[in-house]
Every structure is written in C-alpha cells, then in structure tokens.
Design a protein. Structure first.
Length: 197
C-alpha cells in the first residue's frame, strides 16, 4: 500500500527549494500521496524551532547552500534579492489550493514560489508577482488569488504551524511518514527508503 507524506515547508526556505524536485520525483516513483503544510517560520521558531540567526550559523548556512547547489547542479542564487520576503501572499494561494483538495497544484505553486525566490529573483511578497507565478503553473491566477482571500482561510497557516509544532516539527523542509520525521532535503535518501519499505 502506498505511503502518505506530510510535507512541511516555508516558502522562503532554500533547503526546501533544493529538495523540491527530488521530493516530487520520489513520491511519484513510489506512488505516495502528499499533504503540504505551508508554515509561518516566525511562529515555528518562536516555539523553539531551528532558526539560523547567529553570525556563525549564517556563514555556515551560505557555505552549505553553495555545497548543495554545486553537488545537485541546481540553479541557486546565494544572495537572492528577496530573501527573506513576505511569504503571506504566496502562502495564501497555496493554502487556498490545499483546502480545495488540489494538493498537486498547491505543491506546484509552492515549488514555483521557491524557484522564483532562489533562482529567478522574484518577490513572492508582491501580489502581481504571485499572480504571474500561479499563472505559470497553468492555473487560473485570478480565481486562485480570489480564493486566497476567503475569510475562512485567514487563520489556516497559523493552524498548520501549530499542528506542526504539536508533531515536533522544528524546521523546513520536514517530511513526516507514519509519525517519523525526516528534517532537511539531505534526508531525502531516508525518505525514499521509508517510502519503499
């Protein structure tokens, strides 16, 4: 029986971006289903998550990005113009699609946003840019943007983040399979092993 993955993300996370394509390929290979959980990084870190704020951590963070970019051959700007940007306009679109049960499209938009930040110098805090990103995924951008403003969706990302905290998720990307947490795109080999078990 195919496995299910709970996929916890920040839409500014370079490591989520670095793992995005490999994650898509892994779940497709194994026929796994996925639920995406776009989180508010400020709320997660305030609850004891894994920030990278110190000077030393920031220096190491950039070094790791360069290592992984070079190893994976993924286009990635080490100093993107819009990191960190306001994730909310883009996150609301991902939430709207997720809540409509359009999980693959929600993931496609999330990954396009990440690519926009880290490879294309796009600003996901700008609604016009978000509209263009959604449209680039082959979706009706106006309809998605309208759905994203529905009042009942206003607190969803916070609720997703609190759900993540309750499950002991402390950073992104996190992949949870049968209650087992795999934190970081560098754990995707273990994710794949779990999906095949």
């Amino acid at each position: 029986m195919p496995r299910h993955v709970d996929y916890y993300v920040f839409l500014n996370s370079p490591f989520t971006y670095l793992g995005s394509q490999r994650f898509e390929e892994a779940v497709k290979r194994h026929g796994a289903s996925v639920t995406i959980w776009p989180m508010d990084w400020r709320l997660l870190f305030a609850a004891g998550g894994m920030p990278s704020g110190s000077k030393q951590r920031q220096a190491y963070f950039r070094m790791e990005l360069k290592r992984w970019r070079d190893r994976l051959g993924v286009k990635l700007n080490l100093t993107p113009k819009y990191f960190t940007s306001d994730e909310l306009p883009a996150a609301k679109c991902v939430v709207a699609l997720r809540e409509q049960g359009r999980m693959e499209e929600a993931i496609a938009v999330a990954h396009a946003v990440l690519r926009g930040v880290w490879a294309e110098d796009k600003n996901p805090g700008d609604p016009d840019t978000v509209r263009d990103i959604v449209a680039s995924c082959g979706l009706d951008a106006d309809a998605v943007m309208k759905a994203a403003e529905a009042p009942e969706l206003a607190g969803k990302r916070e609720a997703y983040t609190r759900h993540a905290i309750a499950r002991n998720v402390f950073g992104a990307p996190s992949y949870v399979i049968d209650g087992e947490i795999f934190w970081g795109q560098d754990r995707l080999d273990f994710v794949e092993r779990k999906l095949s078990s």
